[in-house]
Write a protein that binds this ligand. Sequence first.
Ligand code: ADP
Length: 443
Amino acid sequence: MRQAWLSELLVLGGLVLAALLLGAFFGYFGWFMFAALVAFSCRHLLQLYRLERWLRVGRVRNPPESWGIWGDVFEHYYRLQRRYYKRKKRLARVIREFRESTAAMPDGTLVLNSEFRIIWFNDAARETLRLSSNRDLGQPIASLLRSPRFKIYLDAREFNQPVNVPSPIDDSRTLAVRLIPYGAEQYLLLVRDVTRMQRLQAMRRDFVANASHELRSPLTVLSGYLEALAEESALGSQWREPLEDMQAQCQRMSTLVNDLLELSRLETEEGDASLEDEVDVPALLDRIARNARAEDASRHEISLEVLSGAGLKGNDSELHSAFSNLVVNAMRYTANGGRIRIRWFARPGGELAFEVSDTGIGIDEKHLPFITQRFYRVNSSHSRYKGGTGLGLAIVKHVLQRHNARLEVESTPGEGSVFRCVFPQQRAFYNALLSADSSILAP
Ligand code: ADP
């Protein structure tokens, strides 16, 4: 038994014994026993009163001096109170540091609760969104950022990318807004003014588009003259080779200009590809496979498997461009005699996939994260020699982005590659008139 309880029992025992002895000596046994119990109760009442007074004061200060079980109670409570105050102080320090660091951030930062209502914001957010503590604390963020894009972003609850919205105080400015979930359904909203960056990007896009456009006419003239010269029988045979070379280079430049124009058009296009237009993918793939075989002149074995009759809601010419870029790449980076397999199929979750697999040179894993960047080539001279512009996969990436799709690449150097475009179920459309399900079109 604990010391405190023992001494408490000893006190009680002592009092009862004293009452017994006094009762035996003087008589009035009952009165002495009553007095002993009253004395015992008074001690406890007094200690209870001291405890209550100490708690009432409420601050951490030394507990009342006591002994026995009351000494232990005061000590335990004092220790608990100190631990609680220390934790509270630590938490207050963490919160202060968090607020100081977010207040110092150059980007607007807002803390939102689970209903996306504003519970705190820093000075940068106050300035960027012209917020006022009295008016805006507790307001839903959607009533402040009223862009439909932001509403879709909130509803979709996919917060791994920022979304660009017009500024609520000046719609000529653009804000990049990103939600970061943390803790128990709380959100940090980061707001950055990206107007300058957007203007620079638009200038770069316009410049590339204009330059490519301007290059087109001189190139057409040049290739016209070169063609006429190549057919000129009066020219000596020593001109054959240089002329052929000039024609090939001219062709390369026009392909490059066309790819640049297509890429800048895709970059300028706002938002996603339309959901109104329907593309008969099986028929499109049939066309692509026929063209590829005609161009390939039996250097490779090209097969097409259409395992789903589904079509896609989107843009026909963009999808044609993306799919044929992947097929052309497979032909370009597969040695003669290799196999190229084009497939169109539905995945178990309802997603649709276009896949091109080849038995070509493959790509080392370290290059995979970069191959969709403009002009990124694993082997520049090989790509140029094969007529590549370095823009094909950048075009594919943009087209897929506009169709809410993703690109999956698996590749083993020396064995081959698989490029897969995966489209969400919302992009699928089914029509009885489309090519039949599960048909396999032979090469
Ligand atoms: P390019 O016009 O050079 O083919 P792309 O953007 O289409 O440019 O492709 C980028 C790079 O990715 C290529 O230079 C090539 O190194 C690599 N690549 C693309 N497709 C394949 C493939 N099917 N097999 C091997 N490498 C590929």
